[in-house]
Design a protein around this ligand. Structure first.
Ligand SMILES: Nc1nc2c(c(=O)[nH]1)N[C@H]1C(S)=C(S)[C@@H](COP(=O)(O)O)O[C@H]1N2
Ligand SMILES: [Mo]
Length: 545
């Protein structure tokens, strides 16, 4: 694995590393229920958990290969070849694969086989000096086998010749020796050479460690964080409207109205963050267009930029979940770019592709209907963080991330839903996925212990691009009461709400529901995230004393 990492590092292709390729293949093959379980349970740490699991799996595979090699070395070698084949296949089936990506797995498998052969040889006892059978049978003594001949034999290559073979030597191992067989005299050349085993083992571990660390260091050369830090983005021609002073509800423990880049949720299929250098970046806009174009990053920055507050949420968010955030995005409006390229009649989809081969489909009408659909380059006053799509991503208010928010975007194809399907759509998610109206109680926290009297109940609600019109809350099965809504800069962000509760002692369930500006209230019925977003009212149980 270490030498494979080194080879991947030398190629400068993280996706050619067998462990990362197998991990990425695993992500693609993960059934939707397991993906939802992982996101629900581990949130943005899902990838760390996957890597730890992979490490455990590889350790088990290594143990199995080791056990297989005990009876016959060749079984272990076959095991390693199979392991390399899995790695190579995983690397070659990545959407961005090149044939060379099989190389690190091949190098790794060969190095593993060499290491196994060396290790197996080192634990093999030295052949016991004894006359060659053919010679024993012969009455004529060969000069070699006379007294001094033993010396000649003990310098024979370890592993013995064909006639004595490795198997017959197992008899020299203590467990195989019969009780009455004489102990081989110490230093007689029988038994395991500990020094040799240790040196071989240390050598193998050393090469693996140097390879692994070196490979990682080589891959770090691809890291674009420094380029990102030095990047200066132009000022917007149209600034975001002011955020009203009261947008942030002043209740301790309340969610911030603006999510910092560090706290912004992260959901994607990228096991290693794509490192896209803006100097090499281009965006191809093609498909059902009169004038397909290809933009460099400088071309993009020469367009008039606008800045907008837009909340983003994930279709995998459960009732009460935290897979949503609100940021100030700086970007180029997408609609004029497409209009200039001349959209042909009949097109209804933008199939966007990221540098790592991920695909997302966005309904064309949502991008062209006048909303602030952006090719974003900045987030909260900084260039996009690498984890959030540096150097450019899409942001479309009102749509779930998986149908709109392509990070590390490099290709936009104007097409039809009937022709092209994106990653999640192939896996059973809906083609069209406007965000569902959502409301959450942020304080008090679930199972909080409170003292009777006035208590602030507050939370966040969203229905991007429709806007939140009302939030109602309820204690136990009492009447629904209107919450006070905080002011918002527009309909594309989430909206905070607050209410005062005169809490009486006992155990209570607090519940919330929101109504969007089309007049539709969140349904009580709970449905899972698949295929187009979860529904249901959020509730919190608290104890008042
Ligand atoms: N390249 C790429 N872009 C992607 C995804 C992805 O897996 N790969 N996931 C999408 C999903 S499901 C969501 S919810 C948003 C999340 O964006 P964030 O990680 O910046 O919060 O990104 C979207 N863009
Ligand atoms: Mo998502």
């Amino acid at each position: 694995m270490g030498t494979a990492e080194l080879a991947a590092g030398a190629l400068g292709r993280a996706t050619a590393s067998p462990i990362l390729a197998i991990g990425a293949g695993f992500i693609d093959l993960t059934p939707v229920w397991l993906k939802d379980f992982a996101i629900r349970t581990f949130g943005s740490n899902d990838k760390t958990v996957l890597l730890i699991g992979l490490g455990a799996g590889i350790t088990i595979a290594a143990l199995v290969i080791g056990l297989l090699s005990t009876p016959r070395l060749v079984f272990g070698l076959i095991g390693l070849a199979a392991f390399g084949t899995v790695g190579g296949t995983a690397a070659l089936t990545r959407p961005v694969a090149e044939p060379i990506d099989a190389l690190p797995s091949a190098v790794g498998a060969l190095a593993g086989m060499a290491a196994l052969a060396l290790l197996a040889r080192s634990v093999r006892p030295k052949p016991r000096p004894k006359p060659h059978p053919r010679h024993r049978a012969s009455p004529i003594r060969h000069p070699e086998t006379t007294a001094k001949g033993k010396v000649a034999h003990s310098t024979a290559p370890l592993g013995g010749d064909q006639a004595t073979g490795p198997r017959s030597e197992w008899k020299n191992w203590p467990e195989h020796r019969s009780k009455d067989a004489p102990e081989p005299a110490p230093g007689a050349g029988a038994g395991i050479d500990r020094r040799r085993v240790l040196l071989t083992g240390a050598g193998v571990v050393g090469v693996a460690a140097v390879g692994g660390i070196g490979g990682r260091a080589l891959l770090r050369r691809e890291n674009v964080s420094k380029i990102r830090t030095r990047l200066r983005l132009p000022a917007p021609v149209s600034q975001a409207g002011p955020v009203p002073a009261g947008a942030q509800v002043r209740v301790p423990g309340m969610t911030p109205f603006r999510t910092s880049n560090a706290d912004f949720y992260r959901v994607d299929t990228a096991l290693v963050l794509p490192q896209v250098d803006p100097r090499d970046w281009t965006l191809r806009i093609h498909g059902m267009l009169a004038h397909p174009v290809e933009l460099t990053f400088d071309d993009l920055l020469r367009q008039p930029l606008i800045e907008r507050d837009i909340s983003l949420s994930c279709v995998s968010n459960q009732v009460g979940g935290v897979l949503a955030g609100n940021a100030r995005w700086l970007g180029v409006p997408l609609a004029p770019l497409l209009r200039r390229a001349g959209v042909r009649p009949g097109a209804d989809q933008i199939l966007s592709r990221s540098s790592d081969g991920m695909t997302l489909s966005t309904p064309l009408e949502s991008v062209l209907d006048g909303r602030d659909a952006l090719l974003a380059v900045g987030m909260n006053g900084e260039p996009l963080p690498v984890a959030h799509g540096f150097p450019a991503r899409m942001v479309v208010p009102g749509l779930y991330g998986y149908v709109s928010a392509t990070k590390w975007v490099v290709d936009l194809k104007v097409t039809r839903f009937a022709t092209d399907q994106a990653y999640w759509t192939k896996r059973g998610y809906a083609e069209r996925a406007p965000v569902k109206t959502f409301s959450r109680i942020d304080v008090p926290k679930p199972f909080a212990r409170l003292t009777a009297g006035p208590i602030a109940v507050a939370g966040t609600a969203w229905a991007q691009h429709r806007g939140i019109d009302a939030v109602e809350w309820q204690v136990d099965d009492g009447p629904w009461r209107p919450a006070r809504l905080a002011p918002v800069p527009g309909i594309d962000t989430w909206r905070q709400w607050v209410a005062e509760w005169d809490a009486l002692p006992g155990s209570h369930t607090l519940r919330v529901r929101a109504t969007d500006k089309t007049g539709t209230t969140q349904p009580e019925h709970r449905s899972p995230p698949v295929p187009d977003g979860a529904t249901g009212w959020h509730s919190v149980v608290v104890t008042v004393t």
